[in-house]
Design a protein around this ligand. Structure first.
Ligand SMILES: Cc1cc2nc3c(=O)[nH]c(=O)nc-3n(C[C@H](O)[C@H](O)[C@H](O)COP(=O)(O)OP(=O)(O)OC[C@H]3O[C@@H](n4cnc5c(N)ncnc54)[C@H](O)[C@@H]3O)c2cc1C
Length: 503
């Protein structure tokens, strides 16, 4: 056994682990990141398949300011450093999603609210004022609640943020504290297809709109209030950029190294026991450990002697996904970067996911084609289709269903787009809940930690600072404030602030 003595050890180089590393290094700490995979990124990595390139996991990029903030922080920490990467580059898109229904209805969700509202009038005959006011409400609720629910710990109040409760109190009577997202959308929007479109935002954190709280109505603000973006190098550009910033700051990375235990004594963390791929073990001493691993394996595997927060660990998981990566022949002009082919009965689809594990024979299919905005991701005359359906986070059961799911996805695409897809598939691979669990330690392969299918979900996410062990912190999609790239970046920020506060 050998040892070194950095002040902060971070388990996992997912986006939150990378962001936490940047923040801690900027605060002058000596930081070591231990990562089981051979490269950084966690769920945010890439795959090459012949001449096609795919982003493996996340495809929707919102709230880029959170990355620019890390850029600024790094630049002010190491001004004029030649090793600092160029500023993060991304493009604002004019639309979020192209929506399709089997009866031939189509809708382009323009980012700009007026344009989106008049498109809704054209497709559904709904009053554009109704759509605009729905979006305005989403934005106002987001602004009223963000500081309390997203930008600070819910368990460790920061009394220094002035007026943090004022905004919530002022808007209190307009916030939907009870009821589901589906009821909120249905009641306000009246039109079933438009309600379905807004219901889909529950899936942005792996939840079911028919059970998730109406509070999730804040999510559309990210796309239509702030906008939808595309990193110029593809989604993998986010990982590369954060990794570049961390390296420039002198963060040490240990890849292909598995953290096997968080060491502690007398109620204080002492470091991390690490194993390399030859099963050699060694210790990284640290008085501060941040786990970016899912909170479930953090307790069950890395902290065997610590009392686990059972209520939190036993919460329902968010949905997982089955993703097909298809190199597709031809150009398909009705499709754009983000496309949704909706099922005809959304409620029945979610019930099927819950009861059977899969979405049934009429799934809602998401098709992401990054070559639409980054042509080098596919050879000329081809497109890189990332095709995903939601499934229950049940790795073993779903593994057996892949051929059936593949068939229902292809049939759905054929019916909705009037094409014959199978002969156009030039090469393929897929990703299952088992793969996601194996690659990232995400319990049951859930995409976003615990689901938000309960009105108390926001309060039941694991806290960012342990109250049992001094020096133990948590960041990433399975802890407060939740999953998805923006919230993971915020979790790293909250964690870094707590570390400074409790140092
Ligand atoms: C298919 C898919 C689609 C998605 N779509 C979107 C989207 O469009 N937009 C969006 O914002 N979000 C999306 N998400 C969610 C988003 O990817 C995640 O919320 C986010 O990337 C999670 O980051 P994280 O920091 O929690 O860590 P993770 O990405 O979960 O990474 C954790 C890291 O910790 C490492 N690790 C775990 N245990 C150990 C250990 N014991 N020792 C060493 N290393 C360890 C793992 O190897 C991994 O690299 C999607 C996710 C998936 C899978």
């Amino acid at each position: 056994m050998s040892s070194s003595k950095p002040a902060v050890a971070i388990i996992g180089a997912g986006v939150a682990g990378l962001a936490a590393a940047i923040r801690m290094a900027c605060a002058g700490r000596d930081v070591t990141v231990i990562e089981g995979a051979p490269e950084p990124g966690g769920k945010l990595r890439e795959r090459h398949q012949g001449a096609y390139r795919f982003d493996l996991g996340p495809s929707l990029f919102t709230w880029p300011e959170l990355i620019l903030e890390l850029d600024e922080l790094t630049r002010s920490s190491i001004p004029n450093s030649p090793s600092c990467p160029e500023r993060f580059e991304f493009t604002k898109l004019d639309r979020s999603t192209h929506y399709f229904w089997e009866d031939g209805t189509q809708l382009i969700a323009w980012s700009q609210p007026e344009q989106f509202a008049s498109e809704c009038e054209k497709s559904f005959g709904v009053n554009p004022i109704l759509v605009k006011s729905h979006l305005e409400h989403s934005s106002a609720s987001f602004e009223a609640t963000r500081r309390i629910f997203l930008e600070q710990s819910l368990h460790d109040w920061n009394h220094d943020i002035p007026g943090q409760w004022g905004a919530v109190v002022k808007f209190f009577h307009r916030l939907p504290w009870i009821g589901t997202l589906h009821r909120w959308n249905q009641k306000r929007l009246k039109h079933p297809k438009l309600a379905q479109l807004f219901d889909r935002y529950a899936t942005y954190n792996g939840s079911d709109p028919h059970r998730a709280p109406a509070m999730l109505h804040v999510i559309p603000h990210l796309e239509h209030g702030q906008g939808t973006f595309f990193p110029n190098d593809g989604m993998i550009g986010i990982t590369r950029h954060l990794y570049g910033l961390a390296e420039a700051l002198g963060v040490k990375f240990m890849f292909n190294r598995e953290a096997i235990e968080i060491l502690h004594k007398g109620g204080e963390v002492q470091g991390v026991k690490v194993s390399d791929n030859q099963q050699q073990q060694f210790i990284i001493e640290a008085n501060c450990v941040i786990s970016n691993a899912d909170v479930w394996p953090t307790y069950r595997r890395l902290l065997p002697n610590l009392k686990a927060p059972e209520r939190i660990l036993q919460q329902e998981r968010s949905t997982s996904g089955v993703i097909f990566y298809w190199g597709i022949e031809g150009n398909h002009p009705t499709l754009h970067l983000h496309n949704i082919l909706f099922s005809q009965d959304y409620q029945a689809e979610f019930e099927s996911i819950r009861n059977e594990g899969h979405p049934g024979d009429d799934p809602t299919v998401y098709i992401n084609i990054s070559s639409k905005v980054k042509p080098s991701d596919a050879p000329s005359g081809g497109e890189n289709w990332f095709v995903m359906v939601n499934v229950e986070a049940q790795p073993e059961a779903i593994e057996k269903m892949i051929p059936m799911i593949r068939n229902s996805v292809i049939q759905k695409i054929n019916r909705t787009l009037n094409i014959d897809l199978e002969p156009l598939i030039q090469n393929e691979s897929f990703l299952t809940p088992s793969d996601i669990q194996a690659r990232t330690s995400s319990h049951q392969g859930a995409l976003y930690g615990a689901s938000s299918n309960s009105p108390f979900a926001a309060f039941l996410r694991h806290r960012n600072r342990s109250t049992q062990l001094k020096g133990l912190y948590f960041c990433g999609g399975s802890v407060h404030p939740g999953g998805g790239i923006p919230l993971c970046l915020l979790s790293a920020k909250i964690t870094a602030e707590l570390i400074e506060k409790h140092a």
